[in-house]
Design a protein around this ligand. Sequence first.
Ligand code: HEC
Length: 120
Amino acid sequence: MKRIFLLSALITLAIAAVADARVKVKGRGANMNFDAASIPAQYQASFEMMSKKCIKCHAMERTVVAVQTGRAPITGQIFDRQAIKAYGIKMLRKPNSDMSKQEIREVVILLNYIMEENTK
Ligand code: HEC
């Protein structure tokens, strides 16, 4: 019995440690986004731009869920570094995306950073 308690305490601690290393998320549903406070200064401009531009057709929730879970929420595809780049280009090519190549590049760099932080 004692053993089981210890084991579950350990597992809880391990999960808490993993959760803590992740870039924080704020809000729910349509208001969900990465927490600006956990984005370093050099990425703040990109973060602001992404938060404005990537919500033209869908909420940030879609991007946040993909990055935090490693799965693209619509197609269920694996969301890794390669996928970030591929999706960046896919979103850029969408009619009326209203984004430049440079902006997409910034978003890709930012999402790669967040993904890397999450795996630490
Ligand atoms: C012009 C409209 C439009 C803009 C702007 C847009 N998206 Fe999307 N996005 C879509 C549509 C439509 C889908 C549905 C699935 C698909 O077509 O890939 C989607 C799906 C997604 C998905 C989920 C893909 C999946 O397979 O589950 C992610 C992640 C995503 N977008 C991220 C972004 C990011 C990051 C940006 C900003 C760089 C962005 N989107 C800007 C239209 C847009």
